[in-house]
Design a protein. Structure first.
Lengths: 162, 162, 162, 162
């Protein structure tokens, strides 16, 4: 099997080696592999705090599209960020490898609460975050019910009820 | 008096016209003027959620330097972000004007809790945020006491005890 | 006269003080004031090379809108970048002030060649660039003739024929 | 063999399948795999022109480090960008896959001319670029001779004299 260098997402169920190397706690399955890029650092030579949130954004879009959301576009149904918090635990430097994990914590009628982690093999959890997404018709901003199909897909993937 | 186009910071005590136009609540004094730039938007044509946090970072650095912090550099004493949260209330589009406000909410031994707002004349408060900063020697990561001079400068500026 | 902190553009004809302080050569009129922001620096603590190009992009959009282009949007007529070159002459560090200048060098049927400079009061010209824009219907990518009104507006502003 | 999701670089000599799928011309060997991320798009929903240059920067740093350059840091010997040009041929949209290629075109005493391409399987070459790097002691800005070891490593990798 040739590796696909364009595929950034990892199913951690298939990669116990990565789970072990990065000491990722049980309960995380959908992941994204990253290395800190030169221009993502800031004047202190460590990853800018907004870069972690960009990684979580990429993980979030991958996760939501994996469960049926269409690609973000001005005229599609989408999800908007209503709220986020983040804890910064360890600085990250040039070229360091991170496993970025995402999972649903709670699913409401029109909103989803997601949790994130950025794991380093050497430093443990460098940043953790939660964010609340609201499903909307992008053009109008009107809220949309989360479809049964999406709810079922997430429940099936995470192996729990929502 | 010629205006200085390089000076992004505003003392709202001197600009009741801006306070009135943007409906900024009492209790905010240090501000930054911004217009949403083309490349700060994302594929949904609104300001990316991380751009607000960049604005708050710029406001934070301006505020802290106003109160005696040296410019950020790999070998200076600085402040690192330990935690943040943000509430996104309204989308912002190309070229919209925002007043970004920052103030200290609480000052501990080695940490400062800051609060932020991004105010639109047309939409009110578009985003609000808080963040916890910890003063550290940048090279070693060791915590540093907040100096009496900085505490006094902030207390004097905000007109209250800390 | 109160200064407008939201207005980043300067007509250098009205600001001989800025022309003198920044040693800007004759022939430049439309300008943008900038200070290097923390997150625009990279791991070498100087302005990332792409940040200059972002400044030129902002100057370009301001210049083109000043001459009648509508705001960039997925469904408007717009101009796309076909080609650019840039010469980097001096590094720029945190909080340094730059005057970013833009002017039309040549106007064709469907394209405009623009020139840019980023001037420091202390270091002279830190970066210069040219770029070729092509007017297109954004949705279809089809080329559009540059309107007589835009051509006349630029000629009038720059004080020369095109 | 398990794929390594953290390894963005590809030796095209080992991947004729990718060369064929992306119609990459002979003469390119060092490559980087990318997918266009949400926040790399701009208000026109296509990859911002500076994002291509960020990709080329990442490819450049990977290439130079592969040939012995130390990781970029404020106190290391490094290479600074003196000049670049870029031709934009095709817009790139959300989640599109690109192979980013880099190679040395010419090596002088203290400078290297690099060439880049961003290849799409569907659209061919979307952007091509060249840039001139100068080796310097980062702290002082003094030029440095390119080491014989680096010149030999590049010559060996590219299979030609420099």
């Amino acid at each position: 099997m040739k590796r696909d260098p364009f595929e950034p997402f990892i199913d951690l169920e298939e990669r116990p080696d990565i789970v072990a190397e990065f000491n990722i706690e049980p309960g995380w399955r959908f992941a994204l592999a990253r290395r800190a890029l030169f221009a993502e650092l800031d004047a202190l030579s460590h990853l800018n705090h907004t870069t972690f949130l960009r990684y979580f954004e990429d993980a979030r879009i991958g996760y939501m599209m994996h469960h049926g959301l269409t690609a973000p576009a001005p005229d599609s149904t989408g999800c908007v960020l209503a709220r986020l918090d983040a804890d910064y635990k360890q600085p990250v430097f040039f070229d360091e490898r991170l496993v970025v994990t995402v999972r649903a914590a709670k699913i409401g009628n029109t909103s989803i609460l997601l949790e994130y982690g950025a794991w380093s093999a050497e430093k443990g959890l460098t940043c953790q975050s939660t964010s609340l997404l609201v499903m909307v018709v992008t053009v109008t901003g009107e809220k949309e019910r989360i479809s049964d199909a999406m709810r079922a897909s997430i429940a099936d993937f995470e192996g729990r009820e929502f």
